[in-house]
Design a protein around this ligand. Sequence first.
Ligand SMILES: [Zn+2]
Length: 148
Amino acid sequence: MKCPQCAFEDTKVLESRLSHEGRSVRRRRSCVQCNYRFTTYEKEEEFSFQVVKKDGRVEAYYRQKALRSLQVACSKRPISMEQIEEMMDRIERAIQEHGERTVPSQKLGDMIMEALHAMDKVAYVRFASVYKDFKDPDEFLAELKGLS
Ligand SMILES: [Zn+2]
């Protein structure tokens, strides 16, 4: 991102905020050279990232897909769609702030699980049972015990 003041190529991101309506991200930036501060609005495709699956396949990250699986995990739980959206905002922001263009699917799953764990244990177990695809019932029970 070029500085509009001195055209220097490197700027520092001071703050990133996702806007809910426009699906864009608002960034406060500061020029590394002249310290000029300015704000940019970037569209979703400009800050989206890709997910690397376990078998090495790379696919675009789809927020809707993540939201859908979370909605299923959170159904009939005292969690609003807004809370789910906010949770994904935080996770996306953490990935973006890291500056990564790709993220392993396992890492993304772990981040979602961690956030769910703090929010609702039942939703966490539901999501974990799908995500971790437990082959062994003992493994699943061990996960459940870890919750208490
Ligand atoms: Zn500058």
